[in-house]
Design a protein around this ligand. Structure first.
Ligand SMILES: O=P(O)(O)OC[C@H]1O[C@@H](O)[C@H](O)[C@@H](O)[C@@H]1O
Length: 236
């Protein structure tokens, strides 16, 4: 790809800039498997469930989507629900406690190739944004020492405040491009999740880059990626 064809790069965070997709995956697995253990006839939650139903989506939409796939009906509850409550929101918040504990205990470093690409693009004057479903995005970016590169961050909280539909809808990416004053045809979306490349395709952005951290090259291409890399170093 030729960066001179573009004016902005819209980065997903977890699994694209930082290896936190793995932390999210482990936290989801611990929470769902604990929850399923009490339900007769349910097979365990696996990484395949993560990629199909949870990856890249806002917290409570991930919970609802997985529960629906297993025919489990729980009340939605309220985002402020305590993590002990048997609601969609309660389960999401239970998972968030596990995620926050790992982040606090272990910290996080950006992928070296992603840091290099971000630094180079910043030097070239390409405008940069993070577009993440996660409400933890600013905390993760700060912990990785990367927050100052991104004048625009559209995270799970911003999406809620501004009533933007989450990925796989394109609204959060479109919002970031508008905030950077860059037309979508001049913006590149960089995503590791199926729901994320779907959002990129739905928004008709200039280029959708799939970063294969486990979702699978063919799956990313089928769902909206124009090109697929395994590390962002390849684009630096
Ligand atoms: O619960 P949070 O931190 O708001 O994150 C929501 C989602 O954010 C996405 O970035 C992750 O890919 C998902 O795994 C995660 O579930």
């Amino acid at each position: 790809m030729n960066w001179s064809d573009y004016d902005a790069a819209l980065f997903d965070l977890d699994g694209v800039i930082t290896p936190t997709a793995v932390v999210h995956m482990r936290a989801w697995s611990a929470m769902f498997n604990d929850f399923l253990a009490d339900l007769p006839g349910q097979r365990p939650y696996t990484d395949d469930d993560y990629y199909r139903y949870v990856d890249g989506k806002p917290r409570f939409e991930g919970v609802a989507s997985f529960l629906e796939s297993r025919g489990i009906d729980l009340p939605y509850g309220d985002p402020a629900d305590d993590s002990s409550q048997r609601t969609v929101c309660g389960l999401g918040n239970r998972k968030n406690e596990a995620f926050s504990e790992v982040l606090a205990a272990e910290g996080v470093e950006a992928y070296p190739g992603s840091r290099r690409l971000v630094e180079q693009l910043a030097e070239r004057g390409i405008k940069l944004a993070v577009v993440s479903s996660s409400r933890n995005a600013p905390t993760v970016l700060r912990a990785a020492g990367m927050i100052d590169y991104f004048p625009v961050i559209v995270d799970g909280r911003v999406a809620e405040e501004e009533q933007l539909a989450g990925k796989p809808q394109p609204d959060t990416f479109l919002d970031a491009a508008a905030k950077l004053s860059v037309p979508k045809e001049r913006a590149v979306v960089l995503e590791d999740a199926v729901s994320g490349v779907q959002a990129g395709r739905a928004g008709a952005f200039g280029l959708v880059v799939g970063v294969d951290r486990g979702a699978g090259r063919d799956t990313l291409l089928e769902n909206g990626a124009d090109i697929v890399v395994t590390d962002l170093e390849e684009l630096a």
